[in-house]
Each structure stands twice: as structure tokens, then as C-alpha cells.
Write a protein that binds this ligand. Structure first.
Ligand SMILES: Cc1cc2nc3c(=O)[nH]c(=O)nc-3n(C[C@H](O)[C@H](O)[C@H](O)COP(=O)(O)OP(=O)(O)OC[C@H]3O[C@@H](n4cnc5c(N)ncnc54)[C@H](O)[C@@H]3O)c2cc1C
Length: 482
């Protein structure tokens, strides 16, 4: 039995800890905060339950498989598959309802301009090809260099390689398929799933559109908080020693790996770090976007879908501002309304809303007082802007009694270890951006990374895969040392 430390209890750290315990190791998980889940936290207000981080689940089979691998199917919450995946809204003109059923989504696209439905069909096929060419091989195994990745691509045929190589930016792909700026924006938004700009991120991000259509957009019953509780219970049942409120740091001393906390040093045979690897780097790296979120308790049940996106008027300007370090003046607004499909999320006759806008990550070398002051002002301004826009969109919301009861700024994300408050850490801009992520294997033997800042990237199912991959790398390392 070897001793393995996991530093950080986000979905990636929890998955790695569970896998390692299942392999028979003695695992200690150090979490700096007083709760597990990392970015996936929940808030409640008088019976209204809302997430503060992830809200939308894709690739539910990966999550279900994680629970199966940990012998914890009994702890897996129910998933609700959404027929209407998201409603996309603009200030003027009709909305676009993205149904899982392609024909229904195409009919809605035709409502924006005749022919856009057929274009959506062609885009959907392209997105599937991109997934086969780039996505499947990328998620099959930990990325350990171009050679092994290309071997996995080539297994799928030369046509796949050609598809991968001709990819432009996501914005270019959107413009190639659609003539309405609305549907171009719809395509571009998939870059934000990695905290990136559609004008600089690879068209490969279109694969997310395929994942959503082919595997569904899901809601976890009870919210992501329920998924955290299930995974945490699974990990503890496997015997992982979970230590909350213990900030930890690994150090190599001679041939030994030590984990240092306020309580002292402990020796381990291997360490999995769930903290963003960029947080340990001395040099400033360009960072993926952050976000500002606030939560509203509405004293009436709104007739809103589960996910709504109200686009800003000038998408290019919004991203220029975001990556120029400015808080956008007319941001795109994402609204999560979980009571639309899960009665456990709000009492009858009420609605809870999670409202989010993209925000710039801040310069990690900026004085903390300056960043805090910026976010005190910006939070108030963004909140007022969003509430005004939502009221203009739906008079029922304008009339309803409502309470804003929680807020999360980039400063709060940074307090949980996210460099500059960045949600995804590494910024995957450029054609081969995704391949330049910090590696899972550190330069120190026995130390590995897991989570959104490393491979394969951020998002709930991806970080669970990351935890699984990291545990495989640890196992191989320990076997080689035995
Ligand atoms: C607002 C928001 C919306 C999102 N929306 C979605 C969505 O809809 N769908 C989706 O799939 N994903 C979404 N995400 C992304 C998703 O939440 C993350 O990619 C994922 O949860 C990150 O998991 P992780 O394993 O990287 O760990 P993290 O969640 O980053 O957790 C890391 C943990 O490590 C701890 N830690 C850090 N340093 C130390 C240390 N030195 N010692 C001890 N502990 C330490 C931290 O306290 C934290 O608990 C969203 C995120 C945010 C913030």
C-alpha cells in the first residue's frame, strides 16, 4: 500500500482520490476550503437552491461511469435530459430555440432567416466530423505529446487528419456556415466553454455543439451540489482521508516528496495536484476568462426555459474588452433557471435564477485592494445592467418581487486558488492552443496534475476524466518504482 496525497477537492481531485483508493492506496485529500467541490458550490435562500459554478452537464455517461468505477452507482443523482437545450435571445427579432431534436432546432433557425435551418444541418455534420477527428482521440488518453496523439488520430483514417488540419477559428467556421449574425454568435459562444474568444480559438470548439446534440444537455437533480455530495460520499466510503481547511503545498526534499500544511510535513509516494498548475508558475501567463455570477430569488414561477442566453449587441467588442482586461459594458447574459425542469430547486410559485456574464481574469500581480475595488463597482454595475435587460425582455420579471441574495466575483474564484479568478486557467487560443496546456506530468517524478487547468481541460466531465487519467499515471509511476 502506497501513500498518495491529493491537493484540492474539486471534481478532478475527488475523482483522482477515489480511483487511487480503489487501486488500494492509502489516500489523503487536502482541501484548503471548508467544503469540497471547488468551483462547484451551491447557495440556498428560503428554499431556493442554485449552483454558483457549473450548471450544465454534458457527456453524462462519463460521470455515470466515474461513479460505477468507484462502486457508487447508489450515490449518483438523477439526470434530467433537456429537450429544449437553450434559448438564444437578441434585443430585436426572434429568438433561436436550440432543441435537441435537430428538425425542431432547424425550424427555429429558419425563423431567423430562410435557409438557416439547412445551414444548421450542415454545421451539425461538420461539428460531428470535428469531434471524430480531434475530440475522440483527444479524450481517449492523457495527452503526452504529438506522436501518441497523432497515432490515435491516424487510427481513425487520413480523412480525419485532413479535417483536423483545415480548421480555422470558431468565428470563421460560424461565418462559413451561417449568414445571420445571430447564428454566427451561437457558434462562437462555444469558445466560452473554455473561457476563450471565438475570434482566436480553434474551430475545434464546434465539437461541443456535437456533444450537446448527440449526448444531450443535462441537469443534475438537486443541482451540481448534489453531484459533489455524491462523489464526496463515494470517496469517503472508499477510505480516503479527507482533510478540510488544510491548505497544502508539495515539496521535494532529496528523494522524498513531502506535503506541507500548517500542521507540519508528511511524506508521500506520489502527489496529485488539483490546483490550477498556472498558480504555481512564477511568470504571468495569458489567462482564460473569469465570470461574474449573481443569484436571484423571484416571488413567482417564471415561464423561462432552463438555459437562456441573451446576447450582447456587439460580440467582437465584448471579446475585445474582455481580453483587453476591461469589464464589458454590454455583456452577453447567461441565465440558468433550474426550476424549469426540477421541482426540488425552488418552492412552488417561485423561481431561482443564476445570472452570469463573462469577465476578464485579472492581472495576478495587481494590488489586491485595486482588484477588490474594481469588483465592488463592477459587480453593482453589471447586476443593475442584467436586471434591467431581463426586465425589458420579460415584463413578468419586471413586475415580480425579487431578491438578489448571493454574488460571486473573480475575486471569490481567486480565493479558491483560481489564478486571476480565471475559471479555466490556461487560455487555449490559436489553432493548436489546446495542445499547449500545462502537462499532467510535472517535472518532478511522482507529482501529477488533475483538473481544469491541465488535460483535457475544464468542465465537469473533462475534469473527472482528468482525475482518472492522473490516477493512471500515478499507478504507472508507483509500479515502475516498486
Ligand atoms: C461560474 C462557473 C460556471 C461554470 N459552468 C460550467 C458548466 O455549466 N458546465 C461545466 O461542465 N463546467 C462549468 N464550469 C467549469 C467547472 O466548474 C470546472 O471546470 C470544474 O469544476 C473544475 O474542477 P477542478 O477539478 O479543476 O477543481 P476546482 O473546482 O478548481 O477545485 C480545486 C480545489 O482545490 C482547492 N485548492 C487549491 N489550492 C489548494 C491548496 N494549495 N491546498 C488545498 N486545496 C487547494 C480549492 O480550494 C478547490 O476546492 C463553470 C465554472 C464556473 C466557476
Amino acid at each position: 500500500m502506497k501513500r498518495v496525497a491529493v491537493i484540492g477537492g474539486g471534481f478532478g481531485g475527488l475523482s483522482a482520490a477515489g480511483e487511487l483508493a480503489r487501486q488500494g492506496h492509502h489516500v489523503t485529500l487536502f482541501e484548503g476550503a471548508d467544503t469540497l467541490g471547488g468551483k462547484a458550490q451551491a447557495v440556498t435562500h428560503d428554499g431556493v437552491v442554485l449552483d454558483t459554478g457549473p450548471t450544465l452537464l454534458t457527456m453524462p455517461d462519463v460521470v455515470a461511469e466515474q461513479f460505477t468505477r468507484l462502486g457508487a452507482v447508489d450515490l449518483l443523482p438523477r439526470f434530467h435530459r433537456l429537450e429544449l437545450q437553450s434559448r438564444y435571445v437578441w434585443d430585436d427579432g426572434p429568438a433561436f430555440d436550440c432543441w435537441e431534436a435537430l428538425e425542431r432546432a432547424q425550424a427555429s433557425a429558419d425563423g431567423l432567416a430562410p435557409g438557416e435551418g439547412a445551414a444548421l444541418g450542415r454545421f451539425t455534420k461538420d461539428a460531428e466530423q470535428i469531434w471524430r477527428a480531434a475530440g475522440e482521440p483527444y479524450l481517449e488518453a492523457p495527452y503526452e505529446g504529438v506522436a501518441s496523439f497523432m497515432a490515435r488520430v491516424l487510427k481513425r483514417g487520413l480523412a480525419t487528419v485532413a479535417t483536423g488540419l483545415k480548421l480555422a477559428t470558431l468565428d470563421e467556421l460560424g461565418r462559413r456556415h451561417f449568414r445571420t449574425p445571430q447564428l454566427q454568435q451561437f457558434v462562437g459562444r462555444f469558445a466560452t466553454y473554455a473561457g476563450a474568444s471565438p475570434y482566436d480559438a480553434s474551430a475545434a470548439f464546434a465539437m461541443i455543439a456535437h456533444l450537446e446534440r448527440a449526448f444531450g444537455v443535462h441537469h443534475v437533480e438537486g443541482g451540481m451540489g448534489a453531484l459533489v455530495r455524491g462523489l464526496a460520499a463515494a470517496v469517503q466510503r472508499l477510505g480516503v482521508d479527507v482533510r478540510l481547511s488544510q491548505r497544502a503545498k508539495w515539496v521535494q526534499r532529496g528523494s522524498e516528496l513531502l506535503v506541507t500544511t500548517a500542521g507540519g510535513d508528511e511524506r508521500f509516494d506520489a502527489v496529485v495536484v488539483n490546483q490550477d498548475p498556472l498558480a504555481e508558475r512564477k511568470s504571468a501567463e495569458p489567462l482564460a476568462m473569469s465570470g461574474f455570477v449573481f443569484h436571484v430569488d423571484v416571488q413567482r414561477r417564471l415561464d423561462w426555459p432552463h438555459h437562456t442566453i441573451l446576447f450582447g449587441r456587439d460580440y467582437r467588442r465584448e471579446f475585445d474588452q474582455l481580453f483587453g482586461g476591461q469589464v464589458p459594458d454590454e455583456p452577453t447574459i447567461y441565465v440558468n433557471h433550474p426550476a424549469a425542469s426540477d421541482a426540488t430547486m425552488a418552492p412552488a410559485g417561485r423561481s431561482g435564477l443564476f445570472v452570469m456574464v463573462n469577465a476578464p481574469a485579472f492581472d495576478v500581480s495587481a494590488p489586491p485592494e485595486r482588484v477588490e475595488a474594481l469588483w465592488r463597482d463592477s459587480a453593482a454595475r453589471l447586476e443593475a445592467h442584467c436586471l434591467k435587460r431581463l426586465a425589458a425582455w420579460d415584463p413578468a420579471f419586471a413586475r415580480a418581487t425579487k431578491t438578489v441574495f448571493a454574488r460571486r466575483t473573480p475575486v471569490d474564484l481567486a480565493a479558491r486558488g483560481a489564478p486571476g479568478g480565471s475559471i479555466y486557467g490556461f487560455l487555449p487560443h490559436g489553432k493548436f492552443g489546446a495542445f499547449r496546456r500545462p502537462r499532467m506530468r510535472s517535472a518532478t517524478p511522482g507529482v501529477f496534475y488533475a483538473g481544469g487547468g491541465t488535460y483535457p481541460g475544464g468542465g465537469v466531465f473533462m475534469v473527472m476524466l482528468s482525475g482518472r487519467f492522473a490516477s493512471g499515471l500515478v499507478q504507472r509511476h508507483l509500479e515502475a518504482r516498486a
